[in-house]
Design a protein around this ligand. Structure first.
Ligand code: NAD
Length: 500
């Protein structure tokens, strides 16, 4: 059986293996295609020791040279895009075009990092007081770590590692054990791009490795993306250990459809946003809220044939709209949620359970599913399903529609579909959600803006990438300076100095 292991600095002396492994499946066929080693504190210690040695030299490398590594890396990823996308798709199950999008969105963060010298220029005030100048600059934290989910094995590791490394840190990545190969490949390409040994290491593992990272005194910051309960746990344990922590969690994003929306556009956008990547996106739109009875009827009428026309296929099928979900356990969980929706009294309009694909009967496929008359009191509405399941939650008014995402426990993304600029503006201003799309179904911000939700979708107060990412991976130092000019006047040094 193929074994996937860590990507450590060449000088790391690997301690004895734990003997623990996790299966990596082929979601198209349901079989085990590899096993990934699960590391422990001993491997982490060895990696941190090397990172500690390497980091000061990297931090002292001028930012232009650090940026050149980013330029080289970008070119290498582009050159290897096909191979990376196939590898990603073979473990995750998303279709190839979508796998390329996963890598490309990460690469856009690397493009932002190519401009790191400009970003790190700092601030300067000349003459803040008599003969006094004040300036500030940002310095790396030292060693940072990232813990990532299965659903974007290219993009999310690059969100974190790109900015952490470009700002002068050493970085340790603990990817999802469900699709661990692409992060290893990306780290190999970083080495090829000229990144010094020990600056980026990938450590495979599960909870044991996560806990070791959270407790390690030499790791100064942890960025986490995954489900909310674990995000909250990581946040608390990391902060307790004195670390800086950002921890992004789950989501239940709503698409609000006002009566004046372009329904053909909405249906097209919703099909992709609800079912693309089998609904396994934190910015998917699994809830649609038509406002008013007429809108609900018209939307439902157009949605049903569009959903029935979706093609579910293996991830290398170029005609498929989406592929299998990541594991059999996840497929079961999704199907259980569908049953919960039925038990709670929602109308199951299209049932995707029991879906099989000829020739791939053991693959982890779930057919597209549509519910209508879902109520905010239902558990199937309150919780994240993370599968190809779209729920219609009807609202009678703009205010009722605005309240739904605002009062939901998650607040990652939301979209409004309308031709009314005033309504959209009002919605964007008042909705209690972190990222808003106006006639844009998946409002994932571009790399030079920042990504982050609200409420139980994110713990901590700094977003991913863009300037927020730079702030997260650096600490600011502020210098107040004056040079002796022979004008000491004997003024009272015992009173707090002011510039007045
Ligand atoms: P997950 O929470 O199961 O796993 C995430 C990471 O945590 C993995 O690296 C995993 O090894 C580790 N982990 C798992 N159990 C743990 C435990 N008990 N203690 C410590 N660490 C543990 O998430 P997932 O299923 O891989 O990813 C899907 C989830 O991630 C969804 O909830 C999705 O909404 C969320 N997500 C959020 C964002 C965002 O930016 N808000 C982005 C992508 C995915």
């Amino acid at each position: 059986m193929r074994e996937i292991t860590h990507k450590l600095a060449t000088s790391v002396v690997l301690p004895d293996a734990t003997g623990r492994f996790s299966d990596v499946f082929d979601p198209n066929n349901g079989g085990v295609q590899a096993r990934v080693v699960l590391g422990d504190r001993a491997v982490l210690d060895a990696a941190v020791a090397v990172a500690k040695q390497a980091q000061p030299g990297w931090a002292a490398t001028n930012p232009q040279r650090r940026a050149r590594v980013m330029f080289n890396f970008k070119a290498l990823v582009e050159k290897n895009m096909d191979e990376l996308a196939h590898l990603l798709s073979s473990e995750h199950g998303k279709v190839i075009a979508d796998a390329k999008g996963d890598i490309q969105r990460g690469l856009e963060v690397i493009e932002f990092c190519c401009g790191i010298p400009h970003v790190l220029k700092g601030e300067y005030t000349q003459g803040a007081g008599p003969g006094i100048d004040v300036y500030s600059f940002r310095q790396p934290l030292g060693i940072g770590a990232g813990i990532t989910p299965f659903n974007f094995p290219g993009m999310i590791p690059l969100w974190m590692s790109g900015v952490a490394i470009a700002t002068g840190n050493a970085f340790i990545l603990k990817p999802s054990e469900r699709d661990p190969s692409v992060p290893v490949r990306l780290a190999e390409l970083f080495s090829e791009a000229g990144l010094p040994d020990g600056i980026l290491q990938v450590l495979q593992g599960d909870k044991e490795m996560v806990d070791a990272i959270l407790d390690h005194p030499d790791i100064k910051a942890v960025s986490f993306v995954g489900s909310s309960d674990i995000a909250h746990y990581v946040y608390k344990r990391g902060v307790d250990a004195g670390k800086r922590v950002q921890a992004m969690g789950g989501a239940k994003n709503h698409g609000i459809v006002l009566p004046d929306a372009d329904l053909d556009q909405v249906v097209n956008d919703l099909s992709g946003a609800a079912f693309g990547s089998a609904g396994e996106r934190c910015m998917a739109l699994p809830v649609v809220t038509p406002v008013g009875e007429k809108t609900a009827i018209a939307l439902r009428e157009k949605l049903i044939p569009a959903i029935n026309a979706l093609r579910v296929g293996i991830s290398t099928d170029s005609e498929a709209h989406y592929g299998p979900v990541v594991t059999a356990a996840h497929k079961q969980k999704i199907e259980n949620w569908i049953q919960t929706g039925v038990d709670e009294g929602a109308e199951l309009v299209i049932d995707g359970r029991g879906f099989t694909l000829q020739g791939h009967e053991n693959g982890f496929f779930v057919g597209p599913t549509l519910f209508d008359h879902v109520k905010p009191t239902m558990e199937a509405y309150k919780e994240e399903i993370f599968g190809p399941v779209l729920q219609i939650v009807r609202a009678e008014s703009f205010e009722e529609a605005l309240a739904l995402p605002s009062q939901h426990q998650y607040g990652n993304g939301v979209a409004i579909f309308t031709r009314n600029g005033h309504a959209a503006r009002e919605f964007a201003a008042r909705v209690d959600v972190g990222m808003v799309g106006i006639n844009v179904p998946i409002p994932v911000p571009v790399a030079y803006h920042t990504f982050g939700g609200w409420k139980r979708s994110a713990f901590g107060d700094t977003n991913q990438h863009g300037m927020e990412g730079v702030k997260f991976w650096t600490k600011v130092k502020t210098i107040t300076q004056r040079w002796p000019d022979g004008s000491a006047d004997g003024s009272n040094a015992f009173v707090i100095p002011t510039m007045g």
